[in-house]
Write a protein that binds this ligand. Structure first.
Ligand SMILES: O=C(O)CCC(=O)C(=O)O
Ligand SMILES: [Fe+2]
Length: 254
């Protein structure tokens, strides 16, 4: 069991956590339809990879359908108390059933990370934001246990019909955006005459339906990356539905 304080506020059910209970998706064999996606490395340390077409249109539609009657107000937790605090997190969360479509998405997330036998996928959740919805800056790793933690995150955009609502990492440097396609995927606020001032700190991923951002939460020595501090920025118009895929693994303290 893991004991301690979850910094990620949503995770009351993870605090008393056991790898053999239902919060972790098992990895029974199944046959999944072929699927391909495109990856772009944004950062090596911490590893951050942008994934285009992580979900097919059919998978996104299916996730929305099975989530619809399960959404509940998102909560935050201080370790001992769990409550709705809309100034910190204003959204709804649905813990979704593990049908075959969902299990194929779990399977894709495991395969992406190299089929590591020590890696366990937490039950998938969708998260819905309406206008004004947001999630203030936080870490997905908890640091509460020396044994295990959320080693990685996929933030998947299931339905992103919105202005605003980007996923913001204030401590990550902007890549060089003069060439390539980064400005399709990231907010690029070019200031005229600013070309020589070097890379800007702070990256915001645009929410684009079907795409995902993947990152490592822990360094090789078990330290939680402070650079993974991130937020779901407020929705200015429209709505956003995300999918959280968190992988648990052992935390080796160096
Ligand atoms: O909605 C987002 O862009 C980020 C959500 C998030 O960070 C989380 O659910 O842990
Ligand atoms: Fe997060």
């Amino acid at each position: 069991m893991l004991h301690g304080t979850a910094q990620n506020p949503s995770d009351r059910d993870i605090v008393n956590f056991n790898f053999n209970v239902s919060s972790i998706a098992s990895d029974e064999p199944l046959s999944c339809p072929p699927h391909s996606y495109t990856t772009h490395i944004l950062s090596h340390e911490p590893l951050i990879i942008y994934i285009e077409n992580f979900l097919s249109a059919d998978e996104s539609a299916h996730l929305l359908k099975i989530s619809e009657d399960k959404f509940e107000a998102s909560t935050v937790s201080t370790g001992t108390e769990t409550s709705v605090q809309k100034d910190i997190r204003f959204s709804e969360v649905a813990v979704i059933d593990r049908d075959d479509v969902v299990r194929c998405i779990e399977h894709r997330a495991r395969a992406f990370q190299g089929w590591n036998p020590d890696l366990h996928i937490e039950r998938l959740r969708t998260q819905r934001y309406a206008v004004g919805g947001h999630y203030k800056h936080h870490y997905d790793w908890s640091g509460a246990s020396r044994v295990a933690d959320r080693v990685s995150t996929f933030m998947v955009y299931v339905d992103a019909e919105c202005e605003g609502g980007g996923t913001n990492f204030p401590r990550i440097r902007m890549p060089d955006v003069k060439e390539g396609r980064w400005c399709e995927l990231l907010e690029c606020h070019e200031v005229a005459g600013n070309e020589n001032r070097g890379p800007k700190l702070g990256v915001t991923f645009k929410p684009i339906t079907g795409n995902a951002v993947f990152w490592h939460n822990l360094a090789a020595n078990g330290r939680g990356y402070e650079e993974t501090y991130h937020a779901g920025l407020p929705i200015l118009s429209g709505h956003k539905v995300g999918l959280n895929i968190w992988s648990w693994g052992s935390r080796r303290m160096g």
